[in-house]
Design a protein around this ligand. Structure first.
Ligand SMILES: Cc1cc2nc3c(=O)[nH]c(=O)nc-3n(C[C@H](O)[C@H](O)[C@H](O)COP(=O)(O)O)c2cc1C
Length: 179
């Protein structure tokens, strides 16, 4: 049984994070989710919280006066594996720029690279193939992140091509095999 942190970003496919969290829970893992503010346009905290039994964290200051510092605690202590699912173009490019002005940016920078980090891109084909995104993915891979392949197929935006989010059960199977 492992502690798995899933970061959910602002993609139309964010709802698939619910299925992934559910599959990982059924495999016996503990799951903690964080989300961008953009992700909350696509899914609500109640779904994630009901599945994981933990609060959906979106704020780097979530610890308030308790002394709990989520970005340090989650990245350096709690998590055994970190997964960005789905990873939007914005999150990928922001992580590659080393920005830490939101919770997951700070988690990413506070990770000492001992915790495996998987990134599952989900976006329109042009956004994925854009040199900015491609360079960011290469940079992240060079830093030790593992970039999961995207599927090819018809996407919600009507585009057919690369950028479709890998299905949740596929990702859950890969994680089970890895762990
Ligand atoms: C209906 C809709 C669907 C979107 N789907 C995606 C997507 O799949 N991937 C992506 O990178 N951006 C997508 N976007 C754009 C992002 O939500 C936007 O760039 C946002 O700033 C992402 O930031 P965040 O991931 O930090 O929340 C979509 C926007 C809309 C309105």
């Amino acid at each position: 049984m492992s502690n798995i942190l899933i970061h959910i970003s602002g993609s139309i496919s964010a709802y698939k994070a619910c299925s992934l969290a559910s599959a990982l829970k059924k495999q016996g893992h503990e799951v903690q989710c964080t989300a961008t503010k953009g992700a909350l346009h696509f899914i609500g905290p109640a779904s994630i919280e009901g599945i994981t039994g933990r609060p959906l964290l979106t704020d780097v200051f979530a610890g308030g006066e308790t002394g709990y510092i989520p970005h340090i605690s989650l990245s350096q202590q709690w998590a055994d594996l970190i997964l960005v699912y789905p990873a939007s173009a914005n999150v990928i490019n922001r992580l590659a720029a080393g920005l830490s002005d939101d919770l997951f940016g700070a988690i990413f920078l506070a990770n000492n690279f001992n915790k495996p980090l998987r990134i599952a891109p989900a976006m329109n084909s042009q956004m994925l193939l854009h040199p900015a995104t491609q360079e960011s993915l290469k940079k992240l891979e060079g830093w030790g992140c593992s970039i999961l392949p995207s599927d090819e197929g018809l996407m919600a935006c009507g585009t057919k091509g690369p950028g479709r989010l890998l299905e949740p059960l596929d990702v859950a199977a890969r994680i089970e095999e890895f762990l």
